[in-house]
Design a protein around this ligand. Structure first.
Ligand SMILES: Nc1ncnc2c1ncn2[C@@H]1O[C@H](COP(=O)(O)OP(=O)(O)OP(=O)(O)O)[C@@H](O)[C@H]1O
Length: 665
């Protein structure tokens, strides 16, 4: 599918693979605001940013031994630090958020967009106006003094009464850890609440010593019991409603989903890392909803964070995972984080159970659950653009790749820190180095959330950077043909669609940083939403097309869900709502109609699309609000002969519906 979407498939990645070993990282670099002001460094550097290069030579830009000094705004405060630590599902975040909610101003910093969305929603619902800021979203709420952000977007120049940094143990993450270190050292708040694993306590106490902050540690116990089973699952015949099967390969997820569904008793939602976050949330919602048919979850370790899940039992299908270098046993922290998802407090399953598919794996499960997580020893660090820029002036002939490489090899660090793993960033640096753009712009591409291991994503980035360098403006249509997305028919087509979603996501990210040069944010966002829906359509159909007749509804099914006697055949029913996207190509074909038409073919799917759209509209500019219209499909013949393959015989569309019309949900 991507072959006709990405127009320049032959784009060279400039021999990057020859330069770098292609190792996988556990966390994707996703760095939104590393360009944000780092006042300490800036002050330090300002005096060297004149043409007096002799002075610059005397300053050691490689000295990263005192990162706390980079944040003068935070250093002017005597912060009270509250460490909320304990196992998963122990109420750490709940208590920290209560403090945030009752403070006059504040910020929540989470590791995932999903978490930022959830907190923004929660605060707004509690009548605490809260903005949402992630790499790809800016949703401003009138009068908001609170913000929910992804950790990379944390602002270290503003003052807050209260700040919360969630999953603080991630400061030890090889790729993203430095953003947590930056939030820990740099957020200027009277109260800073840190939630996470007790394994991070000694390190945090150590690195905060030079700040003089006041530290209080509060330990929590799990709110609901977690019972490790003595018996393995053995066979998928023993799967029950509320079970979650964990596996680590995407391919395996679909294999297990198919296997379980073929038993005819259960339908499976799926959650894994490369699904768009919106899709992950919806899959989780379907699984949680007792009235939906999807009563079993097949997931990767992506369930470890960010999703509220009503899981009764976690079943590890394997206790090994490929980490990009080798196949290895799961670590104690990984086992605990995943297993801890069973039996969430306040959910339908107040007691959680955990087991393995195979008896051989039980000893490792049991021993991991009994052991404390190993103490974290070092926190991540990464040079800001200011430092890289000043360092580059000492080596004016070197490209960003060589400057970064040299900087990272020679940086001086104290024993509490490590320099982030930036192989992915270096791959991008090699791509953009040959282009005639400024160091600042190169750095921006380098820190963008691109997955360079994914061929389509890496080609998307290359194309964006090349077009930007050549023309100064990047139109989405030059690389992507809107209106050509289709429901994938195979797993490999699904994978391509996931990659296309990543490319569109990257465009949106760039559009927030280079607004004039990436003007098609709205189009990219609407195409992203469609990608998500098509992916979901695949997920709902998967495993059913071959044997729909063997289907027996499980007991908890509410058959009203799909409004059909044959629940899995929902593609036969055309619903009465559509989404119009005026950007796309049908303009010429259909008189009086300024757009293409996407027609969700189930009410369920439509509701999701409409919810998404309304959420976006609330946040969007008025011009964007006009770019997608939701309108009613009626039985008339205006589109007959227009070649609209989305529509079935006998149905067509009323044109020119007004934006005021609202679907009835
Ligand atoms: N005192 C409480 N009253 C009501 N609900 C609570 C309370 N404490 C926690 N909860 C609920 O229990 C669940 C788990 O709490 P929370 O997410 O704060 O745990 P956590 O320790 O941060 O877990 P994790 O590490 O998995 O994020 C949440 O749904 C939360 O709303």
């Amino acid at each position: 599918m991507a072959a006709f979407l990405l127009r320049h498939r032959q784009v060279s990645t400039l021999g990057v693979s020859g330069i770098l070993k292609d190792k996988l990282d556990p966390c994707r670099p996703h760095v939104g605001s590393r360009l944000g002001a780092l006042a300490g460094v800036c002050n330090l550097l300002r005096e060297y940013s004149t043409s007096n290069d002799n002075r610059a030579h005397k300053f050691d830009f490689l000295d990263l031994t005192c990162p706390h000094a980079w944040y003068p705004v935070a250093r002017r405060k005597n912060r009270k630090i509250f460490l909320h630590v304990g196992p998963t599902n122990s109420g750490k975040t709940y208590h920290a958020l209560k403090q945030l909610e009752s403070s006059p101003s504040g910020v929540y910093c989470g590791p995932l967009r999903l978490l930022a969305w959830e907190v923004a929603k929660r605060l707004n619902k509690a009548n605490v106006p809260c903005d949402l800021i992630t790499g790809q979203e800016r949703e401003a709420v009138n009068g908001a003094k609170h913000k929910a952000v992804t950790v990379e977007m944390a602002d270290v120049t503003s003052n807050y009464s209260c700040a919360v940094v969630d999953e603080i143990q991630m400061l030890g993450c090889m790729t993203r850890g430095f953003s947590f270190t930056r939030a820990l050292l740099g957020i200027s708040a009277d109260e800073l609440h840190l939630c996470g694993d007790p394994a991070a306590v000694p390190l945090i106490q150590e690195i905060l010593k030079p700040t003089g902050d006041d530290i209080h540690v509060q330990y929590y116990e799990r709110l609901s019991p977690l019972v490790p089973s003595q018996k393995p699952l053995g066979s998928f015949k023993n799967i029950q409603t509320g079970d979650c099967i964990v596996t680590f390969l995407r391919r395996e997820i679909y294999k297990l989903k198919g296997q379980i569904q073929r038993g005819g008793k259960h339908l499976c939602s799926v959650v894994y890392g490369s699904l768009p976050p919106e899709t992950r949330t919806r899959q989780a919602t379907m699984f949680n909803d007792a009235s939906s048919e999807f009563d079993v979850l097949v997931a990767s370790d992506a369930i470890g964070m960010g999703l509220n899940l009503n899981i009764s039992r976690i079943i590890f299908s394997t206790m090994k995972k490929f980490d990009g270098v080798e196949m290895r046993d799961l670590t104690i922290s990984e086992v605990k984080q995943i297993a801890g998802r069973a039996g969430r407090y306040g959910s339908d399953f107040p007691v959680g159970e955990v087991t393995c598919l195979h008896a051989d794996d039980l000893p490792l499960l049991h021993s991991s659950l009994k052991s404390p997580s190993p103490i974290l020893e070092c926190a991540g660090l990464f040079p800001t653009f200011d430092l890289i820029f000043m360092y580059s002036r000492l080596h004016p002939k070197k490209g960003l790749y060589r400057i970064m490489e040299h900087f990272l090899e020679n940086a001086k660090l104290s024993e509490n820190y490590f320099i982030a793993n930036c192989e992915e960033m270096l791959k991008v640096a090699a791509v953009v180095d040959v282009l005639p753009i400024s160091l600042h712009d190169k750095y921006l591409f380098v820190i963008s959330p691109v997955d360079m291991r994914d061929e389509i994503s890496s080609q998307g980035l290359t194309q964006f950077a090349q077009n930007y360098a050549q023309k100064g403006i990047v139109r989405l249509k030059e690389i992507f043909t809107p209106g050509t997305l289709q429901v994938p028919k195979t797993e490999s087509a699904l994978k391509e669609l996931e990659s296309i979603h990543k490319v569109l996501d990257l465009y949106v990210w760039l559009s927030f940083r280079l607004e004039d040069s990436f003007p098609d944010r709205e189009l990219a966002a609407s195409q992203k939403a469609i990608c998500g829906l098509l992916i979901e359509e695949f997920l709902e159909r998967f495993g059913w097309q071959k044997q729909p007749k063997t289907r027996k509804l499980p007991s908890r099914v509410n058959s009203g869900f799909l409004l059909s006697k044959e629940p899995r055949q929902h593609s036969c029913r055309l619903q009465e709502w559509i989404v119009l996207n005026p950007e796309v190509t049908l303009r010429k074909k259909v008189p009086n109609f300024a757009g293409t038409i996407f027609c969700p073919n189930s009410q369920n799917m439509f509701n999701r699309l409409a919810n998404d759209e309304l959420r976006r509209r609330r946040a969007a500019t008025s011009s964007f609000a006009l770019s997608m219209l939701i309108c009613r499909v009626k039985l008339c013949s205006r589109l007959k002969g227009a070649g609209l393959t989305h529509f079935r015989e006998g149905f067509s569309v009323t044109l020119g519906a007004s934006e005021g019309e609202r679907p009835g949900f």
